[in-house]
Design a protein around this ligand. Structure first.
Ligand code: 13P
Length: 251
């Protein structure tokens, strides 16, 4: 059975003290319960080591929101996959639409990042998704398929099996406009079929595909009830422990 996962993406929010307090709150809330999914928080680089020190890693996973496309050396301001791993983090978000859109991350760059993340035993949470115009002109399936093929399909089946996918329609991110559960299911089933055609049914069945985009406590249960939706990648609603836990317990 593939894993169910709820992961927070804090983006560029919280200073160090606020972030540590938020992580402590989530950690505390997880103490009393046995969630039906893995729970992860992906936090700014500056917060990783401090957050790692205050969470129970058996109950709450930790990840970065990005890593460099180079191993080490003269790349001022960059943070390598090995540096991320050395903080105790075990996940890394790659290919978020905000990285693609604002920082020019292409599939070629993302392939380098993926390779380095896997070399350092980080689990990539790899994001894909179309913009509104692409959905409106009915090219959303082609766009998502191309994003998967370009960045992921040179991986061995073994390495592909280590990746978590996150379908995040760009028009639903931070807009309050969630994809309907049927829209999410339709795309997730399509993504699984694309994986099956390349790597076979067994690999496709084992791949966790998360939904992201205005997911909140009030719509999470409906989304997660769909057979191909294996959890969520949560932005805004991950910044308040109560909201985030409302999504975690939607399973
Ligand atoms: P929101 O949940 O704020 O829409 O953000 C989704 C997202 O981009 C998670 O990576």
């Amino acid at each position: 059975m593939r894993k169910k996962i709820v992961a927070g993406n804090w983006k560029m929010n919280t200073n160090l003290q606020e972030g540590v307090a938020l992580a402590k709150d989530v950690n505390e809330a997880l103490k009393g319960i046995a969630p039906k999914c893995d729970v992860v928080v992906c936090v700014p680089f500056t917060h990783l080591a401090s957050v790692n020190a205050v969470i129970d890693s058996t109950k709450l996973g930790l990840g970065a929101e990005n890593c460099a496309d180079q191993k080490s050396g003269a790349y001022t301001g960059e943070v390598s996959a090995s540096m991320v791993a050395s903080t105790g983090a075990t996940y890394v978000i790659l290919g978020h639409s905000e990285r693609r859109q604002y920082y020019g991350e292409t599939s070629a760059i993302l392939k380098e990042k993926l390779g380095l993340a896997l070399e350092n035993n980080l689990t990539p949470i790899f994001c894909i998704g179309e913009v509104l115009e692409e959905r409106d002109n009915n090219t959303h399936f082609d766009v998502v398929k191309a994003q998967i093929e370009e960045a992921l399909f040179e991986l061995s089946a073994e390495d592909f099996g280590k990746i978590i996918l996150a379908y995040e329609p760009v028009w639903a991110i931070g807009t309050g406009k969630t994809a309907t559960d049927d829209q999410a299911e339709e795309m997730h089933a399509f993504i699984r079929s694309v994986i099956a055609a390349k790597y076979g049914d067994a690999v496709a069945e084992e791949t966790s595909i998360l939904y992201g985009g205005s997911c909140k406590p009030s719509n999470a249960a409906q989304l997660f009830a769909k057979p191909n939706v294996d959890g969520g990648l949560i932005g805004g609603a991950s910044l308040k422990a109560a909201d985030f836990m409302g999504i975690v317990t939607a399973f």
